[in-house]
Every structure is written in C-alpha cells, then in structure tokens.
Design a protein around this ligand. Structure first.
Ligand code: UDP
Length: 241
C-alpha cells in the first residue's frame, strides 16, 4: 500500500478506495517537539483500540468523526479528510504549557473549559494562536473556528462523563479536525493517553495518579502499565454501556 504520510506516532496509507485511508499506530513516542524520543511497547495497539472505542462512543453522542473501523489491533480505516492545521486543546485543569506560560499552579481547576488553538507546525514549535492570527494566516474561517470550538466543548463534556465512569479525571486533551469533500468538519486524528492528560481518581499521589504520556515526558516509570490500565477501564466502560 502506498504511504501517504508518516508522523511521529502514526503512518497513513492510501487504500483502494480514494475516500478511505488506513492509519497504522506506531509504538514510537516523542515529547518536547520530538527532542525526546523512545518507544512505549504495545502503545500502537493500545492507542488504536482506545481511539476506536472512544470514536464509536462519540459518534453515538452525535459527534461526526473520520473513524470507520478498527481492522487490526493497531490499524483503523478512516475517511479521507483535509486536516485543518490547528491543534485544538481543551483544558479543564491547569497543567503543562498553561502553567508554564501563565504561572497557574498545576492542578488548578479552571472556572470554565478553556479552548486553546495552536499552529500545527513542528518546525515552528506549534505556537499558540489568536483568532486574529487564525484569520490572517487563513487557517480557518471565523465560522469554522466557532464550529470547531462548539464541537470541542461538546467532546469535552462527553469525555469528562465517559472518563468519570472510569474513575479518571480528564485534565486536558488535544483534538484535530479535517474537512471532507463536502466541506463538513469531522473530528480526526486520535484520542488516547498520548493526546490527553488523564489522572487516576483512585490515586491521590501526584506522580502515581498520572495515566498518560506525562509518565514518558517526566520519566515517571511504568509507562506501559498506565496505558494498559486506561485501555482496560475504557473497554470495561464501553462493555457496560
Ligand atoms: N498535546 C498533544 N500534542 C501536542 C501538544 C499537546 O497531544 O503536540 C496534548 C497533551 O498531551 C496534553 C494537551 O494537549 O494533553 C495540552 O498540552 P500542553 O499544551 O500543556 O503542552 P505540553 O505540556 O504537552 O507541552
């Protein structure tokens, strides 16, 4: 199959159907704009399975995604879309770059969900954008930005409920969106411990509670175990629905 694009965590292949692409999830892990590199054994399968389960569930909540089908533990078919070069981050609790840039203390509950837009451009270090910058750079129309914000907030409400039932606090997460041939905005990319901050409600200790890529970023150890734990809880939540 022809490789269309290889990113840090996934490879995208063309399929026989021009409307359908195949996504292969890799075990490779990167952090700090790929300055730190490593492997998380089994991550490809875990992230593919978590993303598939969450996308199926989000579709049931009325959110349109690019997901079609999981065809192997680390492979899924998706609808072909043109990715909008924005990283849309939704935050419920202050962590990561928000703390570094604003001085907010890690763990501060935000008075309302914050939706931040970043330019999807590794060479520039994914800089934070403003509405004006999005307009001037022609990245998306104001109408598209409004729609994306609305969808991102709805995904946040759905995921907060979903993870609450897994005894997991959804701290923040990153979404990407794409446009299909009809110009419809579809949720794309992945939703996994690589792209979310997830804190275990069963653990009070600030290191032990981390169930996401911060274990890799901060060398907290037991990275694989954390990812497997999230998969276990997500699948048992889906099974119970
Ligand atoms: N995130 C991501 N990809 C990126 C940047 C961020 O998936 O290129 C996720 C990250 O895992 C976290 C959220 O977006 O769940 C917010 O990340 P933040 O802006 O705090 O940046 P970081 O601290 O990861 O550099």
């Amino acid at each position: 199959m022809q490789k269309l694009y290889e990113g840090k965590a996934k490879i995208l292949y063309q399929s026989e159907d021009p409307e359908v692409l195949l996504t292969y999830f890799k075990d490779d892990a990167t952090a700090f704009n790929a300055q730190k590199k490593g492997q998380i054994k089994g991550k490809g399968e875990v992230n593919c399975t978590i993303t598939a389960a969450i996308y199926r569930w989000l579709e049931k909540q009325g959110i349109s995604t690019h997901f079609i089908e999981q065809i192997a533990p680390n492979q899924m078919t998706v609808k072909s879309v043109k990715i909008i070069p924005l990283e849309v981050v939704v935050r419920n609790i202050a962590s990561g770059s928000l703390c570094k840039q604003t001085g907010l203390e890690e763990g501060t509950l935000l008075s309302e969900p914050l939706v931040d837009f970043y330019l999807k451009d590794d060479a520039l270090g994914d800089p934070l954008l403003t509405s004006e910058r999005i307009r001037i750079l022609n990245l998306a129309s104001q109408e598209q930005v409004n729609k994306i914000t609305e969808i991102a907030k709805k995904v946040n409400r759905c995921l907060q409920d979903f993870f609450l039932c897994c005894d997991i606090t959804l701290v923040d997460f990153k979404l990407e969106f794409g446009l299909n041939n009809q110009g419809q905005i579809l949720l794309a990319d992945e939703i996994s411990p690589d792209t979310c901050r997830l804190w275990d409600m069963r653990q009070k200790d600030s290191k032990n509670r981390v169930l996401d890529k911060d274990r890799f970023r901060k060398d907290l150890g037991d990275v694989e175990a954390a990812y497997y734990e999230v998969r276990k809880r997500v699948l048992s939540r889906v099974d119970s629905l």
